[in-house]
Design a binder for this molecule. Structure first.
Ligand SMILES: C[S@@+](CC[C@H](N)C(=O)[O-])C[C@H]1O[C@@H](n2cnc3c(N)ncnc32)[C@H](O)[C@@H]1O
Length: 244
């Protein structure tokens, strides 16, 4: 009998921001697959579980192994940070199951994505139309990424950057900032939140003009306000349009 595979979003990393359903599904699993950094985060909350950790860039192998394990009749989870349907493991699991013509049950368990958890620590920056853009060009051509940044700028959308910078990818964020500076002022508020819900959580409020000099890494989420966004008492606010 084919088993069940749950793709579980565990939120930013702390227990308080993991949903009850995510915790229940992980607890009910026979085996939990995940990226080694995420397994280390989640393992201490579920010490009796069997975990299979793998390295970054091993997503296809990890999810194929998880599908095969579920095909043996086991109850399997693949953990994914934030929400599994936003740059997470939900899509690749469904594609692998389709490719294998697998008859396992697949369950996608949503989680709090980094845009939401970052916004909550900054104030209320995401109160209007929003573009989430990943600056990683591992799976997406760089010119398409920058075209999307330009379109978001043209549309005065709040921009939330995932994967803003890595050791190899050092220029993309500065280039994205330069594109947005064609459409909005250098004083536009920017929030940078690092390691949300994890050791070393850190929040910085800056401006679009200063963004390229700020300290940002692959564990950071960057929110760039629209033309109406402002800062008051250390909080970023994007007005929704209510009359006060
Ligand atoms: C491949 S994406 C995964 C996004 C994830 N599925 C989500 O919904 O939050 C990885 C990027 O998400 C952002 N991110 C994920 N977790 C974060 C956290 N705990 N703190 C800050 N940023 C985070 C960072 O921009 C990171 O480079």
């Amino acid at each position: 009998m084919a088993g069940r595979l749950s793709v579980v979003g565990f939120g930013p990393g702390d227990r308080g921001n993991m949903t009850f359903r995510a915790a229940e599904v992980i607890q009910a699993s026979d085996v939990v697959f995940g990226y080694e950094v995420y397994v280390d985060l989640v393992r201490e909350m579920f010490p009796d579980k069997e975990f299979r950790a793998s390295r970054m860039l091993k997503e296809v192998e990890r999810c194929t192994d998880a599908v095969k394990e579920a095909e043996t009749g086991k109850n399997v989870s693949v953990i994914s940070s934030g929400d599994p349907g936003i740059y997470g493991m939900a899509g690749i699991v469904l594609q692998i199951a389709e490719e294998r013509d697998s008859d396992i049950d697949i369950d996608i368990v949503p989680g709090i994505t980094a845009a939401s958890s970052a916004a909550s620590l900054l104030g209320a920056p995401l109160m209007h139309d929003l573009a989430i853009i990943s600056l990683s060009d591992l799976l997406t051509p760089l010119d398409l990424i920058m075209k999307r940044v330009e379109c978001a700028g043209m549309g005065d959308m709040i921009v939330c950057l995932y994967n803003p910078k890595s050791k190899k990818r050092t220029d993309h964020m500065a280039n994205a900032a330069d594109i947005l500076l064609r459409f909005r002022g250098p004083g536009t508020p920017v929030g940078i939140v690092r390691n949300i819900g994890r050791d070393g959580e850190d929040t910085t409020i800056s401006t679009l003009g200063r963004l390229k000099d700020e300290s940002v890494d692959m564990f950071s989420t960057v929110i760039i306000g629209n033309s109406q966004t402002y800062v008051h008492n250390g909080r970023i606010i994007t007005p929704r349009g209510y009359r006060l």
